[in-house]
Design a protein around this ligand. Structure first.
Ligand SMILES: *Cc1c(COP(=O)(O)O)cnc(C)c1O
Length: 231
């Protein structure tokens, strides 16, 4: 699928141009290829074109891909809403979880992380837009959740993630990303060793990089429009 390789090159070029433009060191922004609703063949094409980190939003859908692609050893990131009854399979099959937004889920992931695997990398999802419908911990509850999650033995708390409401205006796109960066800086000032800001998607990755993103999550920019209404 030459289109995927071409799109991937285009997204990489966008990332490196944004790094240059906003004074970020070259290579400081990692690309997570978001593959919810995509077929295994599409993921294979992306791997051939050099992708090695994949983001999935539905545990059930991901498991089959994880199994089929195991010989190629990609890194798997869970980025979707977490139902309590799915934590066990997420803890067993993923390397990262970006969407932890309550203590109960963090606790279950820690308890269910298999002993033979390294601690599960997690980000706390923060609601930076203040909309009642959006997932994520409220900013004023973040410090307490971060401290509690950081104490769990089988998790490695790495940073923060956000999914802002879509906005076409560049300066407005930057605002929630700036809030997330400032939240990360506050947690660091409390003594937490955090290195990850998971923010920015196809439509707003430049704004996220301008505000310090270390990982952008890109789906349609690599694989084209999503066929399913789920995403
Ligand atoms: C689907 C999804 C993305 C990718 O969105 P695109 O607009 O396709 O780049 C990123 N992050 C999360 C959490 C998603 O669910």
């Amino acid at each position: 699928m030459p289109q995927i390789a071409e799109n991937l090159a285009h997204v990489r070029a966008r990332i490196s141009r944004a790094e240059t433009r906003f004074g970020r060191p070259p290579g400081s922004v990692e690309l997570l290829a978001v593959t919810k609703t995509r077929r295994v063949e599409e993921l294979r094409s992306a791997i051939e074109a050099g992708a090695r980190r994949f983001g999935e939003s539905y545990a059930q859908e991901a498991l089959e891909k994880i199994e089929q692609l195991a010989p190629l050893e990609p890194e798997w990131h869970f980025i979707g809403p977490i139902q309590s009854n799915k934590t066990k399979s997420i803890a067993a099959h993923f390397d990262w979880v970006h969407s932890v937004d309550r203590f109960k889920v963090a606790q279950r992931l820690s308890e269910q992380r298999p002993a033979h695997l390294p601690p599960l990398n997690i980000c706390l999802q923060v609601n930076t837009s203040g909309e009642a419908t959006k997932a994520g911990v409220a900013p004023d509850a973040l410090t307490e959740l971060a401290a509690a999650a950081d104490d769990l033995p089988r998790l490695a708390l790495r940073g923060l993630m956000t999914i802002p409401a879509p906005n076409r205006d560049f300066d407005r796109q930057r605002l929630p990303f700036r809030r997330l960066r400032e939240a990360l800086e506050r947690l660091r000032a409390h003594g937490l060793a955090l290195d990850t800001l998971s923010m920015g998607m196809t439509a707003d990755l430049e704004a996220a990089i301008a505000e310090g993103a270390t990982m952008v999550r890109v789906g349609t920019g690599i694989f084209g429009p999503r066929p399913s209404p789920k995403g």
